[in-house]
Write a protein that binds this ligand. Sequence first.
Ligand SMILES: CC(C)=CCC/C(C)=C/CC/C(C)=C/CC/C(C)=C/COP(=O)(O)OP(=O)(O)O
Ligand SMILES: O=P(O)(O)OC[C@@H](O)CO
Ligand SMILES: [Mg+2]
Length: 238
Amino acid sequence: MNSIYKDILIAKKQQKRLLAVLLDPDKLLAKDVAKIVYKINESHATHIFVGGSTVANGETETLVVEIKKHTSLPVVLFPGNFNQVTYKADAILFLSLLSGRNPEYLIEQQIKAAPYLREINLEIIPTGYVLVNGGVETAVQKVSRTVPIEQENTELITNTALAGEYLGKKLIYLEAGSGAIQTVRIKNISSVAKALSIPLIVGGGIRSQQQMQLAYDAGADLVVIGTAFENDSTFFEK
Ligand SMILES: CC(C)=CCC/C(C)=C/CC/C(C)=C/CC/C(C)=C/COP(=O)(O)OP(=O)(O)O
Ligand SMILES: O=P(O)(O)OC[C@@H](O)CO
Ligand SMILES: [Mg+2]
């Protein structure tokens, strides 16, 4: 029970760098799953995240089932909506969008998911989700109808993440948004990492090994790669 979070904590303590590949049920065709997951197995990835900002009912479960046929990596839900919850995954990032002021994504979605989560045996990882300006209007921003925090406002970014920890979140996910032009600035990653004692996830717009290294060096415990691998399945071979 709760082994995925425990493993993240152990990795953090041992200063092991974690890497999640984000697979979007909206974009990945069932026929391509085996090939794609094979590439992930061959890479340094430690986790597979599954989720999207806009995913039709049932698509997430179908994809998770297909992924699990081909890997022993933990499959973690990263849902944009409560309709993406499925017991077929290993864990769920139980997100609350702390940077936004839309009650739907602060608490309503979580209330909608609760009765189903009660019935199933899915590891729940309370996660504070902090969206910063990635230089374009990203899908998360559009769907959630919230304003990201400006990257210049390191203090607000840091205090938001810290408030998440004090609220009892087990992880903070610092996000520039999928396909961001500007990744989360190093200054912001390091400021948040210094303030937190819980593990820090960083994602959004990371497109090179160098950007990954910089994020880890600044204090990210887990880096998420979505678009770069979506666009080039040889990304991790480089
Ligand atoms: C806890 C439960 C059940 C749901 C969480 C609901 C919340 C708070 C969501 C946060 C806001 C949100 C819409 C997050 C989306 C996260 C996500 C999966 C982003 C990936 O975006 P893509 O779908 O890859 O965007 P593109 O299609 O533009 O690449
Ligand atoms: O698709 P990219 O830009 O890699 O972003 C990954 C993830 O942080 C999006 O929520
Ligand atoms: Mg994406």
